[in-house]
Design a protein around this ligand. Structure first.
Ligand SMILES: Nc1ncnc2c1ncn2[C@@H]1O[C@H](COP(=O)(O)OP(=O)(O)OP(=O)(O)O)[C@@H](O)[C@H]1O
Length: 217
């Protein structure tokens, strides 16, 4: 990349192309996100939102182009994965672990400590603490994944469709907990089909279309 990321940039992409199989998903994506900024990522089904989040979390490598996360090259998977937490659309939980085991495991993996009981109470899952996550409803899994993202509070938090499968109280919980992450200075990227909700915590809006990313009003 021509210029290294300054300390104020959380995310930088320069002319990033990404191909999966025969399909070119990203076509020259360039992006600058300052530390602490909140970004809503819009786009129709299949536009490439999940793919872009996975790239920013170092789960996929650019086919062409360059990127940095908190100054670390995207290809430096270990450094990027330590700085980033990606909350995938399906929650990304371990189905045979209980709710509290999932949270404890995530803390251990990042060398962090935290109050797992309080985190479960926050999302109204304290009654299911010892239940394996495979036996949770889709909305309960979403709540648990949200609790994990909030507990880890990584400097960059990427969230894929946080409002899906949630009731009104659950959607409000998403806004509250993601809002707290932003208030604590974390950089937040939310891929969603609910722009009015997502913008409440991530006001800058970008749209992916035909592999290209543009600012959206
Ligand atoms: N492993 C893969 N191999 C090949 N193509 C893939 C792979 N994963 C995703 N794709 C394709 O990449 C494109 C973008 O998918 P992606 O999941 O990023 O879209 P999205 O914007 O998140 O969609 P949605 O709103 O439906 O969740 C789709 O055409 C999809 O078929």
């Amino acid at each position: 990349m021509s210029a290294p990321a300054g300390p104020g940039f959380a995310l930088q992409l320069r002319d990033v192309w990404l191909r999966l199989g025969r399909e070119v998903i990203l076509r020259g994506v360039t992006l600058d996100v300052t530390a602490g900024e909140g970004l809503t990522l819009l786009g129709e089904n299949g536009a490439g939102k999940t793919t872009l989040l996975r790239l920013l979390g170092s789960g996929l490598k650019p086919t062409r182009g360059e990127g940095r996360v908190l100054g670390f090259d995207l290809r430096d998977g270990r450094a990027v994965r330590d700085a980033v937490h990606l909350m995938p659309v399906d929650g990304g939980l371990y189905p045979d672990l209980t709710c509290e085991e999932n949270l404890n495991f995530a803390l251990t993996m990042h060398g962090q400590s935290g109050d797992v009981g309080a985190a479960l109470r926050r999302v109204d899952l304290h009654g299911a603490a010892t239940r394996r996550t495979r036996f949770l409803s889709a909305g309960m899994r979403k709540r648990l994944a949200l609790a994990r993202a909030h507990l880890l509070a990584r400097p960059v938090t990427l969230v894929d469709e946080p409002f899906a499968n949630l009731d009104d109280a659950g959607r409000q919980l998403v806004l509250t907990l993601l809002g707290e992450l932003r208030a604590g200075g974390r950089t937040l990227v939310v891929a969603a089909h609910e722009p009015a909700l997502a913008r409440q915590v991530a006001p800058r809006t970008l749209r992916l279309h035909a592999g290209q990313l543009t600012e959206s009003a």
